[in-house]
Design a binder for this molecule. Structure first.
Ligand SMILES: Nc1ncnc2c1ncn2[C@@H]1O[C@H](COP(=O)(O)OP(=O)(O)O)[C@@H](O)[C@H]1O
Ligand SMILES: [Mg+2]
Length: 315
């Protein structure tokens, strides 16, 4: 109850801050602000609102964060700036248009995509299957990757293993089983890393968080949203994120599934893809388990994460 009240207070404060932004007036936004969803901020520092632009009748999404030191919205805005300069919207490659960014709040205003995300599409229509969307998704990702970054040494770009506190954070988990499993996976990855050939690889603009709730469809056109985790990296990084979101389960060995991705995306190295998928999967599992341990509320969820991680490391 208390948590709900605090959430409500934060929400009201976010709304107020958003209305105070000069951009709000500039864009002639009406007063009837509707929330996209009431539980969006459950584990997030930001809020999302849906507004109507009276002048054009356009629907607008406002993403707002109350912590000024949080750089994620500025980072997301930077992504949209780079894209609009170097990789403009075109058929088969769409993303929301940014209408304004206010670094003082901070908040970002963008056009609303009026359609379901991939997750809902698949849930609501049992006849649909993931491969039906694959072509659109892979074409979108390939176009995104036309934007090049600096050339870098592979291991310099995928620093996750060398993040200062990666191992320490695993060691700090309370569940002995979780700790042991994760450290074992970490060890396996360190050994794999040592056998990978050194290479200078092209870095490309990676979305960084390509999962099925960040892929929207409006009248058959695909849009990607949520660029807050973008970075220059090798293409396999985005593919690994997609694979983790949709294509592995306890009953499906990883490598054959990844081979499907490699088939859709020429030039992908299957060993690298496998490595990065596990690496990203390990980091995700660590963060999830840490979250469930801190909240101490849903130990069974932590168990599910652990099982998925173990299946990711089998084959
Ligand atoms: N431009 C947009 N058009 C339509 N829906 C959006 C838009 N931006 C965000 N949303 C909705 O809000 C949800 C959360 O926004 P997102 O930017 O992905 O933030 P988060 O970091 O919380 O995932 C999305 O999954 C989507 O349903
Ligand atoms: Mg998202």
């Amino acid at each position: 109850m208390r948590q709900r009240f605090q959430y409500f207070l934060k929400l009201t404060a976010a709304l107020k801050a958003c209305r105070k932004s000069p951009l709000f007036v500039e864009l002639s936004l009406s007063k009837d602000i509707k929330l996209v969803s009431a539980n969006l901020a459950a584990a997030r520092p930001h809020f999302l609102f849906r507004c109507r632009q009276l002048t054009t009748g356009k629907e607008v999404i406002v993403k707002i964060i109350l912590d000024k030191s949080d750089q994620s919205l500025a980072k997301e805005h930077e992504a949209y700036q780079i894209l609009s300069r170097e990789n403009p919207i075109q058929a088969g490659f769409r993303y929301p248009e940014v209408l304004g960014f206010d670094p003082d709040v901070p908040c970002i205003f963008m056009t609303r995509v009026k359609g379901n995300d991939l997750r809902k599409n698949l849930r609501q229509n049992a006849q649909l299957s993931r491969p039906e969307f694959n072509e659109a998704i892979f074409n979108w990702v390939k176009t995104l990757h036309h934007t090049k970054g600096p050339k870098q040494q592979f291991w310099a770009a995928t620093q996750i293993l060398h993040e200062q506190d990666f191992e320490e954070k695993i060691a700090a988990l309370t569940s002995a089983r979780a700790k042991e499993t994760l450290l074992d996976c970490f060890e396996q990855l360190s050994q794999m890393a040592a056998t990978m050939p050194e290479a200078h690889l092209d870095m490309v603009f990676c979305h960084g968080d390509l999962h099925d709730a960040n892929i929207l469809f409006e009248q058959g056109e695909m849009y990607c949203i949520d660029f807050s985790e973008w970075r220059y990296d090798i293409p396999e990084f985005d593919l690994a994120k997609m694979a983790l979101a949709s294509c592995y389960s306890a009953s499906a060995p990883l490598r054959p599934k990844l081979a499907e991705y490699a088939h859709h995306y020429a030039g992908v190295d299957i060993d690298r893809l496998c490595f990065i998928t596990r690496l990203v999967g390990l980091r995700y599992a660590r963060n999830q388990i840490d979250f469930y341990e801190t909240k101490k509320s849903k130990p069974e969820k932590s168990e599910t994460v652990l099982n998925r991680l173990t299946s990711l490391f089998q084959d």
